[in-house]
Design a binder for this molecule. Structure first.
Ligand SMILES: [Zn+2]
Length: 673
C-alpha cells in the first residue's frame, strides 16, 4: 500500500504500462466533490479491500469473473468500476460492455460520472468525437457508445435486447436492481457477448442484494470462491472478518449464530450512545472503536473460504460497516429504528449487511440459535420478571394451540393431541410456556379430551401472584373424531369447543388471502363457528420472528419468540395426567428434536420469487405437529383480540391496542381480562 503512494508522485508516462489499475488510479484520478464523501486525490487506503478487486482487471490478470456482494456506499462504483473504465481507455484499450439496471441509468452513468472521471484524469481527448456517418447514424461519442483508440464502451440497459456485439470486459452494475428480462436469464444472455474472448474475458458483477429479482448477485457470489476480508484484532492479533451477526471462519465463511458483533448502549430516548459503540472481537472480547477502523482494515487480506465453481472466478463480500465513509453510529441507529418495521429491516439486511433477506426464512438453524437462546424459566410458569428484564414488559395474554391426530397403531379409538401454550407480552413477544403430546383415546370424548379440558382451564400465577388463565385456544378440526353427519354428530372437536368457552374450532387453508387479517370467520355445515387460517402467512411471520436477534444490550426487540431451556420437561408432566386419566405424555422437552419442527417445511415461491404461496413438507423425520400447535396458539391470540375489540366497540382490527388494553387491565385488577 504505502509503497504505491510513494511511487505515484513522479511516474513517467512510459511507466504507466506496467501499472496495476489501482496504481493508475492513485496516480491519475482526482475525485470531484459532487460525487464523493472524500474529494481530492484518489486514495485506496480508505478502501484497501477494493485493491485486489480492481486489479483483477489488469491487462495481464488471469481472473475471468469477479463478483461483489456488497452493501451500499462501499465505494465500488468509483474505486472499481470507474477505475476499470479509465485504466482500460488509458492503458489497456479493449471493448467494454457496461450494463446497468436500465438504458437511462446506463447512459446517465456514462455521460455524467464517467465523463467526469475522463476529464479529471486528463484522458477525455482519447475519446473519439461524434461524427455523422453517411447513413445518418451517429458514432464515436454518444450517450450509449464511447469510442477510443483500440477500444469502445457500450452502455446498455440490462433489460434491453442484447445487441450483436463482442466485448472483452463485461461490467454489470447493480445486477439485482435490473427488472426481469423478457428474453431469458439476464446474466447468461449478456455473458454470450464475451464468448469470443475465451479465457481472456473479464466479467464484473457488482450489486447490493435485493432479492426481489431472484438473488442474482448472491448466486454469483456462491459460484465464486467466497472471499472475506480478514483483519487483525488490535488487541489479541486474532484474524477476523466483519459481519453484523454470526461468525466468519476461514473454513466455512459466515456461520449464523444469532450473536451480534456490534455492541452499544442506548440513551433514554433509545438512540445509540456514540462513545459506547464497538465491534467485539470473538477471541478476546476487545471492543474495536470506529476510530480504529481505518487502521484495522489496512491489516486485512482477502481469504477464499471455498473453491470456485469455475476456475479463475473470485467473489467478494463487502458489507457497509467496512466502509470508512459510513459511520457505525448511523448504522446502529438504523438497526434500532428498523426493529419495528419489517420493510426497513429488509433494507438494513440488504444495504448494510449485504445479505439476502428471503434466504433468512430457511436459515433457522435448530442446533444453534433457538437452543442457545433458550431462557431459564420453568415450563408452566409465567416468567414476568424475565419478560421485563428482556424489555417486553409483563405477559398480558395466554393462548394454546391443539393439533388432533389419529393413532398409528391401527386401533381406531386411539390417537393423540399436540398442545402448545404461549404467553404474549404487550409488545407482542412470545414466551412458549409448555408443550407436549397426549396419547390415549380420542373417540367418545375419551381421556385425551378429558386431559385437554383440564389443561386449558388451569390457573397460572406470576411471581407477584397475578392470576392468569388461558384466554383462547385454537383446536384444529382437520381431523375430527366421531364426526357422523347421518347421526347428527359434529364430532369431538366441536364437543370440546361447546364445552370450553375459551376454545375455538379452526381449519387451516394453504392459500394466500389478500385480506388484511390472516384469519376469516366462517361456519361449519351445521352452523357452528369455524375460524379459517391462512397458515402460509402465519408460518412466514413465525419463521421471520424466530430469526430476530437479541439487542446488543441483551434486551430483545418486539415479536421475539422465547423457549424455556428445559430440554427434558415440556410442562405437562407436572399435571399427573397419566395417573388421573391414564394417558401417556410424550414429546417432552425443548430439545434438539423439538426445534426440528421449524425446519420441517420449506417455502414455495410464486413465479417472480416475490411471494411465498405455500409451505411444503421437506423433512419427514421432523414432525410438523409442534409447529402447527404453535401456529394455532398464535392465531388464537388474534381471534381473542378481535373478540375483545368487539367488546370494547373498536371497529378496526388493532392487535397492539388490545395488548395495551390487557396490560392496563392486569395492572389494575391483578387478574387477566
Ligand atoms: Zn481480539
Amino acid at each position: 500500500m504505502l509503497s504505491f503512494k510513494k511511487s505515484r508522485a513522479n511516474i513517467a508516462t512510459q511507466e504507466f504500462a506496467q501499472l496495476l489499475p489501482h496504481e493508475w488510479a492513485e496516480a491519475k484520478r482526482i475525485l470531484p466533490k459532487q460525487f464523493t464523501a472524500k474529494a481530492g486525490k484518489l486514495d485506496y487506503s480508505y478502501s484497501p479491500y477494493l485493491i485486489e478487486i480492481v486489479n483483477n482487471f489488469a491487462a495481464n490478470s488471469k481472473i475471468t469473473s469477479t463478483s461483489i456482494l456488497k452493501g451500499s456506499q462501499v465505494g465500488a462504483t468509483q474505486l472499481v468500476i470507474e477505475t476499470i473504465l479509465g485504466y482500460t481507455i488509458d492503458i489497456a484499450p479493449t471493448s467494454i460492455l457496461y450494463l446497468s439496471e436500465s438504458k437511462i441509468v446506463a447512459e446517465t452513468d456514462v455521460s455524467t460520472r464517467i465523463d467526469n472521471m475522463l476529464y479529471t484524469t486528463g484522458i477525455y481527448d482519447k475519446i473519439r468525437p461524434s461524427a455523422q456517418f453517411k447513413h445518418g447514424k451517429k458514432t464515436g461519442n454518444t450517450k450509449s457508445v464511447k469510442e477510443f483508440a483500440g477500444g469502445i464502451i457500450y452502455a446498455k440497459g440490462a433489460n434491453e435486447k442484447p445487441i450483436a456485439i463482442n466485448a472483452q470486459i463485461l461490467i454489470f452494475d447493480e445486477l439485482d436492481k435490473a427488472k426481469k428480462h423478457k428474453f431469458g436469464d439476464m446474466v447468461s444472455l449478456w455473458k454470450k457477448r464475451l464468448s469470443v474472448y475465451g479465457k481472456s474475458k473479464k466479467e464484473l458483477y457488482s450489486s447490493t442484494p435485493q432479492g426481489d429479482t431472484g438473488n442474482r448477485i448472491y448466486k454469483e457470489f456462491l459460484k465464486g470462491d467466497q472471499r472475506y476480508w480478514f483483519c487483525e484484532c488490535p488487541s489479541c492479533k486474532n484474524e477476523f472478518s466483519f459481519s453484523w451477526s454470526g461468525n466468519i471462519t476461514k473454513e466455512n465463511g459466515l456461520i449464523p449464530d444469532g450473536v451480534h458483533n456490534f455492541k452499544y448502549t442506548k440513551n433514554e430516548q433509545g438512540a445509540v450512545i456514540p462513545e459506547s459503540i464497538g465491534y467485539a472481537c470473538r477471541n478476546c472480547g476487545y471492543l474495536i472503536k470506529e476510530e480504529e477502523r481505518y487502521n484495522v482494515l489496512l491489516t486485512g487480506k482477502w481469504i477464499a473460504t471455498t473453491t470456485a465453481k469455475f476456475r479463475n472466478s473470485r467473489s467478494y463480500y463487502v458489507p457497509q460497516f467496512m466502509s470508512n465513509f459510513v459511520s457505525w453510529e448511523d448504522i446502529c441507529n438504523e438497526f434500532i429504528e428498523a426493529q419495528n418495521d419489517r420493510d426497513r429491516l429488509k433494507v438494513f439486511v440488504n444495504e448494510v449487511c449485504a445479505q439476502v433477506w428471503e434466504d433468512r426464512i430457511n436459515q433457522i438453524d435448530t442446533k444453534t440459535t433457538q437452543l442457545i437462546n433458550a431462557k431459564s424459566y420453568a415450563p408452566l410458569t409465567i416468567p414476568n420478571k424475565l419478560a421485563n428484564d428482556l424489555g417486553h414488559g409483563n405477559i398480558v395474554m395466554l393462548t394454546a394451540g391443539i393439533d388432533i391426530n389419529k393413532g398409528s397403531s391401527g386401533d381406531e379409538t386411539q390417537g393423540w393431541a399436540a398442545i402448545t401454550i404461549c404467553g404474549w407480552t404487550a409488545d407482542n413477544s412470545c414466551f412458549v410456556l409448555a408443550k407436549g403430546h397426549i396419547y390415549g383415546t380420542i373417540y367418545n370424548y375419551g381421556n385425551v379430551w378429558k386431559s385437554l379440558d383440564e389443561i386449558i382451564n388451569l390457573d397460572f400465577y406470576d411471581e407477584n401472584g397475578v392470576k392468569y388463565y388461558i384466554n383462547c385456544v385454537g383446536v384444529d378440526s382437520g381431523y375430527n373424531p366421531d364426526k357422523n353427519v347421518e347421526a347428527g354428530k359434529d364430532g369431538s372437536v366441536f364437543d370440546f369447543v361447546n364445552k370450553n368457552n375459551n376454545a375455538r374450532a379452526i381449519k387451516g387453508e394453504d392459500k394466500i388471502s389478500k385480506k388484511s387479517l390472516r384469519f376469516a370467520t366462517g361456519q361449519t355445515s351445521e352452523g357452528l363457528p369455524l375460524y379459517l387460517l391462512d397458515t402460509t402467512r402465519y408460518k412466514t411471520s413465525l419463521f421471520n420472528n424466530l430469526l430476530i436477534s437479541e439487542n446488543a444490550d441483551e434486551t430483545q426487540p418486539p415479536e421475539f419468540v422465547n423457549f424455556p431451556k428445559a430440554q427434558e420437561i415440556g410442562g405437562l408432566e407436572y399435571l399427573n395426567l397419566n395417573k388421573k386419566y391414564k394417558v401417556a405424555i410424550k414429546g417432552n422437552g425443548f430439545d434438539e428434536s423439538y426445534y426440528k419442527t421449524f425446519n420441517s417445511e420449506e417455502p414455495i415461491f410464486n413465479k417472480d420469487k416475490t411471494e411465498i404461496i405455500l409451505y411444503k413438507k421437506i423433512n419427514t423425520r421432523a414432525p410438523t405437529h409442534d409447529l402447527d400447535a404453535l401456529i394455532y396458539a398464535t392465531a388464537a391470540k388474534e381471534f381473542y383480540a378481535s373478540e375483545i375489540l368487539s367488546v370494547i366497540k373498536e371497529k378496526t382490527y388493532n392487535l397492539n391496542l388490545v395488548l395495551k388494553y390487557l396490560e392496563k387491565f392486569l395492572a389494575e385488577n391483578g387478574y387477566s381480562f
